[in-house]
Ligand binder design. Structure first.
Ligand code: PGA
Length: 251
């Protein structure tokens, strides 16, 4: 049985003060939640404050990116040591917004995944096709390549630590959700790809989240699918009540 994992991706939202307020509200609802792994991913500037709020609770903290390098002349970047110092446990890597706006490639994302695992941080590797790729019949090809390249060189036993997030780009922030059936189909495909890469045991163990306009109204159906092991929540994670409802749908 895979434990569900619900992560809130706050993106470029919330000042420190606002982040503390939101994290405090989430903590009120979910501090003792053990049935589902709960992760909050605020912007870098609020990581410390959010870590402080949720320390001594079951809620974990994640960052939205991480450098593939250890330290040095990389202006604007943040490395693993800096994140671990703030009690960060998870790192979202290869989000479609980073692929699209900042031109992150599979090769680069793979370097980050490897670095995160080496430093005992848990990567949440995001994959997903654009509308154009889906409509031209290339969804499987695109997703398979992102999974294979993003996880290249990762050993089978690391699959219990890492998380894959399937986020169809056309469903992110658009209000358009993949139907539970559409999402399940891709999740099963991703699991089959992992099986082909590293074997049945790792494929069985790896958690695959769905992301893209997941909200209280559709969470239960999505999370009820056999291969959907959680959610990566954007918009709905900015409201503590909605986020908590989604987590409860996963219990
Ligand atoms: P959304 O974002 O829930 O606002 O669609 C999800 C994500 O991009 O992680």
């Amino acid at each position: 049985m895979r434990k569900k994992i619900i992560a809130g991706n706050w993106k470029m939202n919330k000042t420190v003060e606002e982040a503390v307020e939101l994290a405090t509200a989430v903590k009120r609802e979910l501090a003792d939640c053990t049935e589902v792994d709960v992760v909050l991913c605020p912007p870098f500037t609020a990581l410390k404050s959010v870590s402080d709020v949720v320390s001594e609770t079951q809620i974990a903290v994640g960052s939205q990116n991480m450098s593939s390098e250890d330290e040095g002349a990389y202006t604007g970047e943040i490395c693993h040591t800096m994140l671990k110092e703030l009690f960060v446990r998870y790192v979202i890597l290869g989000h479609s917004e980073r692929r699209e706006y900042y031109k992150e490639t599979d090769e680069w994302i793979n370097k980050k995944v490897i670095k995160a695992l080496e430093k005992n941080l848990r990567p949440i590797l995001c994959v997903g096709e654009t509308l154009e790729e889906r409509e031209s019949g290339n969804m499987e090809k695109v997703v398979e390549l992102q999974v294979r390249e993003g996880l290249k060189g990762v050993s089978a036993d690391a699959y219990t630590e890492l998380v894959i997030a399937y986020e169809p780009v056309w469903a992110i922030g658009t209000g358009k959700t993949a139907s539970a059936e559409q999402a399940q189909e891709v999740h099963a495909f991703i699991r089959a790809t992992v099986k082909d890469m590293v074997g049945a045991e790792a494929a069985d163990a790896v958690r695959i989240q769905y992301g893209g306009s997941m909200k209280p109204a559709n969470a239960a159906e999505l999370l009820g699918q056999p291969d959907i092991d959680g959610g990566l929540i954007g918009g709905a994670a900015l409201d503590a009540g909605s986020f908590a409802e989604i987590v409860k749908a996963g219990m």
